[in-house]
Ligand binder design. Structure first.
Ligand code: NAD
Length: 257
């Protein structure tokens, strides 16, 4: 059973559908896009799977607790959590309002912590259900900007850098309970979060940063998430998987620097 946050669009949507296709029952979390979430549920069901849509703001503690309760009530357990919900509020650092700093940290970092905490508590309480080698799998959706500084996006880059250390600390703390915590750091993936950066001239400029020569699809990340959640990845603990077409390989240095 898999719970995916921010699953009414983009990477979360593709991940929910891929988890469903891989045989997991899926909880499709959304914040405000209820119709889109219901469409994701319908797509999973059409493909022969089982899913529900659950509204919750991941930055709200009571919402997150209620989301886990509702998921467990419907499916009996939670085995995989993909903490994917995220947002951007961009501004030059000197002009960034405290409100925009806080909003992004609240959703991207605190939201992932709240989901991680609820997931780990549940994995611990459930014990060994015999459905996979690990007792629970948590996947944090980070970004190449946990590594690459990003001018004009200081709140976002700080949130992703924070996720990286949060993930490793949680992995260290819970590995002995046979719970696997890992992260995925996507590069440039074409979704609603970056429409302006991936289309037209901006998209062509972006390609210069991607050695593999194409902008990623949400499915590229979803496939990595399915693998990371599966027993094929049973020895993956505290790792960050960069799914980025080589963006983190410093392509500027290709011509000898
Ligand atoms: P997206 O905008 O399509 O998806 C983000 C989702 O999060 C949306 O469905 C949105 O409704 C949801 N969300 C936002 N705030 C929420 C809240 N408070 N509670 C619950 N849900 C909330 O964009 P995406 O590209 O699919 O982003 C998904 C994740 O992938 C994000 O964490 C993002 O930072 C990360 N990411 C994306 C890219 C990329 O190139 N697209 C690259 C690196 C990392």
């Amino acid at each position: 059973m898999a719970l995916v946050t921010g699953a009414s669009s983009g990477i979360g949507r593709a991940t929910a559908q891929a988890m469903g296709a891989a045989g997991a029952k899926v909880a499709v979390n959304y914040r405000s896009q209820e119709d889109e979430a219901k469409n994701v549920v319908a797509a999973i069901e059409k493909a022969g799977g089982e899913a529900i849509a659950i509204g919750a703001d991941v930055s709200d503690e009571a919402d997150v607790e209620a989301m886990f309760k509702a998921t467990a009530k419907r499916f009996g357990a939670v085995d995989v959590v993909v903490a994917n919900a995220g947002m951007q509020k961009d501004a030059a650092s000197a002009e960034m309002s405290l409100d925009d700093w806080r909003k992004v940290i609240d959703v991207n970092l605190t939201g992932q912590f709240l989901c991680a905490r609820a997931a780990l508590r549940r994995f611990r309480a459930q014990g060994d259900r015999g459905v996979s080698k690990a007792r629970g799998k948590l996947i944090c959706m980070s970004s190449v900007h946990d590594l690459i500084p990003w001018a004009g996006h200081v709140n976002y880059a700080a949130s992703k850098g924070g996720i990286s250390m949060m993930m490793k600390t949680l992995a260290q703390e819970f590995a002995q309970e046979r719970v696997r915590v890992n992260a995925i750091s996507p590069g440039a993936i074409r979704t609603a979060i970056n429409e302006e950066e991936t289309e037209g001239e901006a998209g062509k400029e972006l390609l210069k940063l991607i050695p593999y020569g194409r902008i990623g699809a949400a499915e590229d990340v979803a496939n990595a998430a399915v693998w990371l959640a599966s027993d094929l990845a049973d020895y993956m603990v505290g790792a960050t998987l960069y799914v980025d077409g080589g963006m983190t390989l410093y392509p500027e240095f290709r011509g000898n620097g």
